[in-house]
Design a protein around this ligand. Structure first.
Ligand code: BEZ
Length: 218
């Protein structure tokens, strides 16, 4: 099944390292990151899961729940978790799905047979509190993902959801933002007390709310 932006994230019930999880119920009102890795006890995956565990305070700050997945069984996940803690310096602190029968992998199209017909590729899905898919990323098995970039995209998505702001090329937290075109100048004036710079009628720049460059922040 192909998953596209704006689709409802398929629901499922699965065995995980934290017990059986019903996905939508487990997400509750949180944002979610569902990501797959090809295989337990492999080097790139070990670094990815360790780093993601280290980022837990950052995900918590943004009200994001993270869940991993591979087609390996639970006992393999539990054994490998000890290696992750030993080598990456952080214990696993999020559930990892044991998708032995590929139910979730198939629902989310995580197995790309022309790359590998057995193992999941490195898929990432960011899911909003409305259970809609906000971001999809697919990386090959040999390339570790940049989880700082995933946080950056979540920051941008949350600015859109909460403030009707978009983010320009190479935006970083604290940089100026772009007012979405659907907002009129009058609405923008009311919404952004710091004001905005109208470079073009369609390109209006305003400081990121709550950051130092926003003179209306405390
Ligand atoms: C890894 O995680 O290191 C890996 C997994 C599958 C293929 C290549 C590398």
């Amino acid at each position: 099944m192909t998953i596209r932006l704006g689709d409802t994230a398929p629901d499922f019930t699965a065995a995980t390292t934290d017990g059986t999880i019903s996905f939508h119920e487990w997400l509750g009102d949180s944002w979610g990151v569902l990501f797959s890795h090809p295989k337990d006890y492999t080097p790139v995956c070990t670094t990815e899961l360790g780093y993601t565990a280290r980022l837990k305070p950052e995900f918590d700050k943004r009200n994001v729940k993270v869940i991993g997945l591979s087609v390996d069984p639970l006992d393999s996940h539990h054994g490998w978790a000890k290696d992750i803690e030993e080598t990456q310096g952080t214990a696993l602190n999020f559930p990892v799905i044991a998708d032995e029968d590929r139910t979730v992998s198939d629902l989310y199209d995580m197995i790309h047979p022309n790359a590998d017909d057995t193992f999941t590729v490195r898929s990432v899905f960011v899911i909003g509190p409305d259970k809609k898919i906000k971001l999809t990323i697919t990386y090959p098995a040999s390339t570790g993902r940049n989880f700082d970039e995933i946080l950056r995209v979540i920051d941008s998505l949350q600015l859109t959801a909460e403030h009707s702001l978009a983010t320009p090329v190479n935006w970083k937290d604290g940089d100026d933002c772009i007012i979405v075109p659907t907002l009129s100048d009058e609405e923008a004036t009311a919404k952004f007390p710091a004001g905005f710079k109208k470079v073009k009628p369609y390109l209006r720049i305003t400081p990121q709310p709550g950051k130092k460059s926003d003179s209306t922040s405390a």
